[in-house]
Design a protein around this ligand. Structure first.
Ligand code: AMP
Length: 278
């Protein structure tokens, strides 16, 4: 399977795919079944697929978070190979991606980037858009696949793509979960086996909210009460927000596509999840 580490080799290879419907799946590696579901979907829907693997330094605001981020390129290549021997992988170096130095370009995202994850992680979405813009520029994909697991990221990318008249179609993909309901994430490997098992309560509580009521205060109470029984898990925020604007909804009954968003810290590992409430 073609693995490209150098930008020049990648550009040459890309030129062989002129006229083909090309799908791209941007990732930071340490691939799990969530990533693989995006890659399989891209394979079904595109004539050629590129998976990018790059732990993007400019979207990490804390150096120790970046340093701790898992990497497993050999295993990742094998996992992608199982889906298709013809899938291309681009795993560049930071120097190739940021020849001008590690800096994110400031974006105008109408506040979508400053709430929830953006409130706690200043500049995070500037870093995300900076790397996606670079990857799109290099690969010129027709389709790009992003997981609803990172729902805010998906909305930020959609907004940027629309505002910048990007021709690539952004395709949302459903959240893939572990057997206990925990949303799959490369960060889950940093949890102790006990915390990882216990973490199933997060999705259970979210489902309870989805099934029980469209009453925002009741939902916040259920979530806070559930977390108080799991003292290892810090609830960073819980928010019922409208899907497109990501603004907090007042009345869930009349709200347009409301979702429940949660962010959690467990022994310094940050987890996020969301479910549609209607
Ligand atoms: P990451 O490597 O964490 O940057 O993720 C790369 C892509 O995979 C992003 O579009 C994520 O939203 C998506 N992704 C990560 N985990 C999951 C999951 N559990 N289910 C669906 N998509 C996911």
């Amino acid at each position: 399977m073609p693995l490209y580490r150098k930008l020049e080799a990648l550009k040459l290879a890309r030129s062989n795919y002129k006229g083909k419907a090309l799908g791209v799946v941007p990732t930071m590696g340490a691939l799990h079944l969530g990533h693989l579901s995006l890659i399989a979907k891209a394979k079904r829907e595109s004539e050629a697929v590129w998976v990018t693997i790059f732990v993007n330094p400019t979207q990490f605001e804390k150096k120790d978070d970046l340093d701790k981020y898992p990497e497993s390129l050999t295993a990742d290549v094998a996992s992608v190979h199982e889906i298709g021997a013809d899938i291309n992988i681009f795993a560049p170096t930071a120097t190739d991606m940021y020849p001008e130095g590690l800096a994110a370009k400031k974006q105008t995202l109408d506040g979508l980037d400053t709430l929830m994850e953006g409130a706690d992680r200043s500049g995070h979405f500037d870093g995300v858009i900076t790397i996606i813009a670079k990857l799109f520029e290099i690969l010129q994909p027709h389709l790009a696949y992003f997981g609803e697991k990172d729902f805010q990221q998906l909305q930020v990318i959609k907004k940027w793509a629309k505002d910048q008249h990007i021709l690539t179609k952004i395709i949302p993909c459903p959240v893939v979960r572990e057997a206990n309901g925990l949303a799959m994430s490369s960060r889950n490997a940093q949890l102790s086996p006990k915390d990882r098992k216990e973490a199933g309560f997060i999705y259970e509580a979210m489902l309870q909210c989805k099934n029980k009521s469209l009453d925002k205060p009741a939902i916040y109470t259920i979530i806070k009460k559930t977390f108080s029984a799991h003292p290892n898990f810090d609830l960073l925020y819980v928010l019922c927000a409208e899907e497109d604007s990501l603004k907090e909804v007042h009345d869930l009954v009349s709200a347009n596509k409301p979702r429940l968003f949660i962010s959690v810290s467990v022994t310094g590992v940050r987890l996020i999840d969301n479910v549609a409430l209607k």
